[in-house]
Design a protein around this ligand. Structure first.
Ligand code: SF4
Length: 361
């Protein structure tokens, strides 16, 4: 549909693009020097137009791609594995830091929603620290988040790993934090075994250590699904002469949040689940082959050998695409250009890939 590789202003340049059909692959983009993340690869698989938008650093100013809840929860877990279980004052300080570091997560979200999400994340975090207290006894067993940049077939693959754990048997497991509302036990293993994010962690870890980890440990935090009650009995109406009429009112936000917090403390095993998926030779071979195919195809699009086309099947399934209104109207008025990899700390992962070791099959 669209021609690729037309000369274009680099992302963040002075020329502001107003129309979707003006969008091209940034002239500064390079698979080796700039590289890819899981987000970019998934976008490429789903829809090449979505990938092109992300490649230009475009973000919908009216919508967040991350949730306040997930951002706070992730930020707290990152810090607790680094610095240990915090006091109340330190936890509040961490929340302040997360808000400053991740402003995008709080954009276009109303104050009440932010407050509820923070309360929810804090409630789960308190329950988590109590339930998994053994984690914080041996600091050396858990290496915390770090950004990686590794070379694979001439492409720099970037990302941020959650936790690397060495268990008592000396096996290395890479963790991934997952915040899920619904957990279907029967599909969990299959779904997680196909998780590109985790596969990229395993690849990065292999390049960093020279051997494959045993697998992925999914550190699942279940998001409470309790809903505020529409009606709570509030005693007898003092104005009823018979003294029988009951008074009702909806559950207040504070009551609701307190009920959620109590539920987390009462049944932590429902909210905090760990699930291990072993990484087999067959898994590795399939993943390396597929990753290679995907990146080769991406290189061909960048070189103009393959075209960019809209995948209409991905516009609303499984969720509404952030770029739906751009595709519908052709206008980029609701989009701002920002950093290409907002999930990575600026400068840290830029420019240099760790020299690849030959992948053992
Ligand atoms: S709205 Fe549809 S066609 Fe447009 S970028 Fe999203 S998935 Fe692609």
């Amino acid at each position: 549909m669209q021609k690729t590789r037309k000369p274009a202003k680099p992302r963040g340049g002075s020329k502001r693009l107003a129309k979707l059909d003006q969008l091209t692959i940034p002239a500064t983009y390079d698979l080796r020097k700039v590289g890819v993340t899981q987000t970019l690869i998934v976008a490429f698989q789903c829809c090449r137009v979505r990938w092109l938008m992300l490649l230009n650093g475009l973000r919908n100013v009216l919508k967040n791609r991350v949730t306040v809840f997930g951002t706070i929860m992730h930020g707290l877990l990152e810090r607790v594995y680094k610095d240990g279980v915090p006091t109340e004052a330190i936890r509040q300080k961490w929340i302040g830091q997360i808000k400053k570091e991740e402003p995008d997560a709080f954009r276009a979200v109303d104050a009440e929603q932010i407050e509820s999400d923070i309360w929810m994340a804090e409630s789960l975090f308190l329950g988590y620290c109590a339930y998994w207290k053994k984690d914080f006894k041996d600091k050396k067993a858990h290496q915390t988040e770090h950004e990686f940049a590794v070379e694979f077939n001439g492409v720099t693959v970037r990302g941020k790993m959650d936790v690397r754990e060495e268990d008592k048997a000396g096996d290395v497991w890479l963790w991934e934090h997952k915040f899920l509302s619904r957990i279907e036990e029967d599909v969990l293993s299959a779904k997680l075994a196909m998780d590109l994010q985790s596969q990229l962690y395993l690849l990065a870890d292999f390049h960093e250590r020279g051997e494959w980890a045993k697998g992925i440990k999914y550190n699942i935090v279940r998001k409470p699904s309790l809903r505020p009650k529409a009606k709570i009995e509030r005693g007898i109406d003092p104005e009823d002469p018979k003294g029988k009429r009951k008074l009702y009112s909806p559950e207040t936000r504070i009551e609701y949040l307190q009920r959620v917090r109590a539920d987390i403390m009462e049944r932590p095993d429902f909210y905090f689940i760990r699930h291990r998926v072993t990484w087999t030779k067959r898994d590795r071979e399939g993943f390396l082959r597929e990753l290679s195919n995907k990146l080769n195809e991406m290189a061909k699009v960048i070189a103009g050998e393959l075209t960019i086309w809209k995948n209409q099947a991905a516009c609303i399934i499984p969720f509404k695409c952030d770029f739906l209104d751009a595709c519908e109207t052709g206008s980029l008025a609701n989009y701002n250009a920002g950093p290409l990899f907002p999930e990575l700390k600026e400068g840290k992962a830029a420019g240099r890939a760790i020299k690849s070791k030959k992948a053992k099959k």
